[in-house]
Ligand binder design. Structure first.
Ligand code: ADP
Length: 258
């Protein structure tokens, strides 16, 4: 399986693509992230693990500009995402795609239209080009025969695969994945994870994942970050984090979820 037109993406040179410097995020009295420093290099697959409520999803939401930090700076591909003027935020945001727990497809549109919509309306891509790309992407996620299906005619796993294709249609530099299988029936999880494994293996897109699927994290990650109470308490390659964690907290967490 090959990502269509991946040659037109900027080259992957291992440089820093995402950077959070001293980012603090509070909800009322609750300091969710406390002066967090964090970076992801271009082309890498980084997974955030840790207990519920430790701030993992908040990081993805900050990158999607769905919420704003109280302090600190966020830089994407060398350009400020926060703080930055609105026009710049809109441009930088185009480099980021996100797949959510709930697939959030447009219910009244076919799978093909769901994928074409943003490239046509946001990027101004000609319709025939957007349609060809949408067909290629449906093929990539194993749904070439579902172009004309509406979301209600698809299983949860198929809807999530359309949502992955929709995110890729914008040619983002980085794909954010927020517990993308947690709303699925157990028998549909493997199909979605297999598609993501293929994308990780065959494209040069950078991935930042929040997941409770530890086998998936082990398979695709270059680096795993263990979060606890808004801080990275341990990080390293998956073989180290999963086999020889240094922190008691990481060991406790892994023994509870594995
Ligand atoms: P995780 O992804 O690790 O489970 P989250 O980033 O979702 O953690 O949440 C971290 C903390 O922030 C939790 O205590 C959660 O209740 C709180 N939080 C997240 N979003 C909001 C919000 N919109 N309003 C208030 N509190 C929130």
């Amino acid at each position: 399986m090959k990502e269509p037109d991946s040659h037109s993406n900027p080259p992957v040179d291992g440089s820093e693509l995402i950077r959070l410097d001293q980012v603090t995020k509070r909800f009322g009295q609750n300091t969710v992230l406390d002066r967090l420093d964090f970076s992801v290099n271009s082309g890498k697959h980084v997974t955030l693990i840790g207990p519920s409520g430790s701030g993992k999803t908040t990081i993805l939401r900050l990158l999607m500009t769905l919420t704003k930090p109280d302090e600190g700076t966020i830089t994407v591909d060398g350009e400020k995402l926060f703080p930055a003027p609105e026009k710049q935020v809109r441009e930088v945001r185009k480099k980021i795609g996100m797949v959510f727990q709930q697939f959030n497809l447009f219910p009244n549109m076919t799978a093909l239209r769901n994928i074409m919509e943003a490239p046509v309306t946001v990027l101004g891509m000609p319709k025939d080009e957007a349609e060809q790309r949408a067909r290629d992407l449906l093929d990539l996620v194993g749904l070439a025969d579902k172009c004309d299906a509406r979301p209600s005619q698809l299983s949860g796993g198929q809807q999530q695969r359309v949502a992955i294709a929709r995110a890729l249609a914008m040619r983002p530099r980085v794909l954010l994945l927020d517990e993308v299988t947690s709303a699925l029936d157990p028998e549909l999880v493997a199909g979605v994870l297999d598609v993501l494994r293929d994308i990780a293996r065959t494209t040069d897109i950078t991935m930042l994942c929040v997941t409770h699927e530890m086998n998936f994290a082990r398979d695709i990650s270059d680096q795993v970050l263990m979060f606890d109470s808004g801080k990275v308490i341990e990080s390293g390659p998956p073989e180290k984090i999963f086999s020889e964690p240094e922190q008691d907290r990481t060991r406790e967490f892994l023994s509870a979820v594995l």
